[in-house]
Write a protein that binds this ligand. Structure first.
Ligand SMILES: C[S@@+](CC[C@H](N)C(=O)[O-])C[C@H]1O[C@@H](n2cnc3c(N)ncnc32)[C@H](O)[C@@H]1O
Length: 277
């Protein structure tokens, strides 16, 4: 039987596989940040899934190698086929890769589980298991609205009232950020893109003008109305304070927020661009 956490990702991807048109402005935002390339640059995108947030023709033009990574192989195949690029020489597929390295372990967790020190350490360290499966290091590495999905797996297994919940989601987040840096070349560009809150918990989000979005997001964060683990200020702080991350990061640039029209709901999305030393 397939891991239920993977099944959930597949179902989520299927629910938005036809969302190409409605994603247009979000796709422009994401693509514009990943287009900076050169004759030699290699781009690696974590959580590429349906690729509806990626203008792949523009990206394969900017980079001689574009590597798409996801746990959902069908989403990658169908997404690239929709953009008529499934056989493009510059595109490389890495499917069935679990970027947490712990998804099988996590599938056994429940609200009554007591997690060991080894479980927590694995959340931080196991993501590096995918390094040997990917032909890094890369000049540009992006994580496209994946972090909130990784953290949601913890919400869906142990639940947000579990006494170790905070510790686990912080470990997952740290493991993901460290992975991004490990995949990068020295001097390379990392782009962490994450959804922060949706119109499900703040319905007026669908109509907030872009110029007011920053202010609204600050207020929502203050009120605690955002997805666990993706407080933009906390992410920037972590890049600066974690001994492993801060040592490797040369520059940090917060981008956004902007609005992602997902169809059934809208998300406020932010990015953090960083250079590896
Ligand atoms: C919100 S989607 C990103 C948006 C997507 N690029 C699109 O066009 O809709 C997050 C992606 O992360 C993938 N994902 C979730 N957990 C993963 C994991 N542990 N390892 C690798 N990929 C994962 C999902 O399959 C999904 O494609």
């Amino acid at each position: 039987m397939m891991n239920p956490l993977i099944q959930r990702q597949i179902a989520f991807n299927l629910s938005s596989s036809d969302a190409w048109n409605v994603f247009a402005s979000h796709r422009n935002q994401v693509t514009s940040m990943l287009k900076q390339g050169s004759d030699l640059s290699r781009l690696c995108i974590l959580g590429a899934g349906n690729c509806n947030d990626l203008d792949l023709p523009a990206l394969v033009q900017a980079h001689p190698e574009v590597h798409l990574v996801d746990i959902d192989a069908d989403a990658l195949v169908q997404g690239t086929t929709r953009q008529n690029l499934a056989n493009h020489a510059n595109l490389h597929f890495h499917w069935d890769i679990d970027l947490t390295g712990t998804i099988d372990r996590m599938a056994h967790w429940s609200p009554t589980s007591i997690l060991s020190e080894a479980d927590i350490t694995a959340c931080i360290d196991a993501p590096t298991g995918c390094l040997e499966k990917l032909p890094g290091p890369f000049e540009v590495v992006a994580s496209t609205c994946l972090l909130s999905q990784l953290i949601k797996m913890i919400v869906d297994t142990i639940g947000e009232h579990h006494p170790q919940f905070l510790e686990v989601i912080q470990a997952i987040r740290l493991g993901h950020l460290r992975l991004l840096l490990q995949l990068l070349n020295s001097g390379g560009l990392g782009v962490l893109i994450t959804d922060v809150v949706s119109s499900d918990s703040y319905p007026p989000l669908t109509s907030v003008p872009t110029q007011n979005l920053s202010q609204v997001l600050v207020q929502l964060v203050r009120q605690g109305n955002f997805f666990h683990g993706v407080n933009p200020a906390a992410i920037v702080h972590l890049f600066r304070q974690d001994p492993v991350l801060s040592q490797q990061v040369a520059t940090l640039e917060p981008v956004g927020p902007w609005r992602w029209n997902f169809g059934p709901r809208h998300y406020a999305v932010i990015a953090v661009k960083f250079r590896k030393r």
